[in-house]
Design a protein around this ligand. Structure first.
Ligand code: F6P
Length: 341
């Protein structure tokens, strides 16, 4: 049996841990593994490398992905689609493991309906994939964001400033809420609840009245104002039509300073949240996912995605996640709210 493995979309701590588990589990069954380079692009361009136990030695702790990644939609044009089909055949692949988020898994689901033997592994720091409690990378991103919030807290306090910390997460407030709770944020703005800038300013002023001269706000990159007055999104889109997020916190900070008169600074954490070594939790989750993906192939359970629910690894059909997003658990956000203002 020859298995292909690819990592698509934004990189994420733990990708190498999945690759290592896939290769080690496969070799224990005598399967060969081919690493497809740069996600779906590698299948379109025919770029692969053999992966052996030797090539995955020492990668468990490494960030990024040894086979590279790209935001490539191989089904966008007929030409690319045909190249993918031809390369898949010429490499003699018996099955494929696609490790990625909504877009990569969406392509995998479509290819399955076209007859490809595919299984998926959910990946994203955003933790927004449905039917799975956690995606690997999320825990690492939260740890990095929490450390940053801790550091920004002490400088905000020293200068009696408002500090606005922008975190990733796309259209879900998972990183913002969990890192915000962990870091003791005074307010957390998430995409799921459009914010009222007037209310945000009021909570900052209330804190001052209570003798707290500084405030720390965590803002998810996808946070939206109620009245649509603050626009921070760039118009550029990726291959799947998603706009690039980032920068909303500058608009929020400007408004806060204007309305409250308090000096306000911004820290956009950006890709720092996606880099470097994964936490122990993410290493273990990624390893469990990688092994489960090979086991799905062995059991001929194609068209499925591995999941993690209640500390158990299981699976669902890839088609079940299409067009769905896992929003923040509002009970968790209610916990965060107790500490606002
Ligand atoms: O989906 C992961 C993610 O890090 C989002 O949180 C963020 O909006 C996006 O990717 C950034 O993508 P890029 O690396 O293409 O700038």
């Amino acid at each position: 049996m020859k298995i292909g493995v690819l990592t698509g979309g934004g990189d994420c701590p733990g990708l190498n841990a999945v690759i290592r588990a896939v290769v080690r589990r496969s070799s224990s069954f005598g399967y060969e593994v081919l690493g497809i380079q740069q996600g779906w692009l590698g299948l379109v361009e025919g770029s692969v490398i053999p992966l052996t136990n030797y090539s995955v030695t020492g990668i468990l702790t490494r960030g990024g992905t040894i086979i590279g990644t790209a935001r490539k939609n191989p089904l966008k044009t007929e030409e690319d689609k045909q190249k993918l089909i031809d390369n898949y055949k010429s490499f003699g692949l018996d099955a494929l493991i696609a490790i990625g988020g909504e877009d990569t898994l969406g392509v995998a689901a479509k290819l399955y309906t076209m007859g490809f033997k595919i299984v998926g592994v959910p990946k994203t720091i955003d933790n927004d994939i449905p039917f799975t409690d956690y995606t690997f990378g999320f825990d690492t991103a939260v740890s990095i964001a929490t450390e940053a919030i801790d550091r920004l807290h002490s400088t905000a306090e020293a200068h009696r400033r408002v500090m606005v910390v922008e975190v990733m997460g796309r259209h879900a407030g998972w990183i913002a809420t969990v890192a915000g709770i962990a870091g003791g944020a005074d307010n957390i703005l998430i995409p799921e609840i459009p914010f009222d800038i007037e209310e945000v300013c009021r909570s900052i002023s209330n804190r001052i009245k209570k003798g707290k001269a500084f405030s720390l706000l965590v803002v998810a990159e996808g946070a939206k104002p109620k009245d649509g007055s603050l626009v921070a999104q760039e118009s550029s889109v990726d291959d799947f039509g998603h706009i690039r997020l980032g920068g909303i916190s500058y608009h929020i900070a400007r408004e806060i300073e204007k309305r409250t008169g308090i000096e306000t600074r911004v820290a956009v954490l950006g890709h720092i949240q996606r880099g470097g070594t994964p936490t122990a939790f993410d290493r273990v989750l990624a390893t469990r996912y990688g092994i489960a993906a090979v086991d799905l192939i062995t059991n001929k359970e194609f068209g499925k995605m591995v999941t993690f629910s209640g500390n158990q690894i299981s699976s669902i059909m890839l088609s079940d996640i299409i067009g769905k997003q896992k929003n923040i658990d509002m009970k968790l956000y209610d916990v965060a709210k107790v500490f606002f203002g």
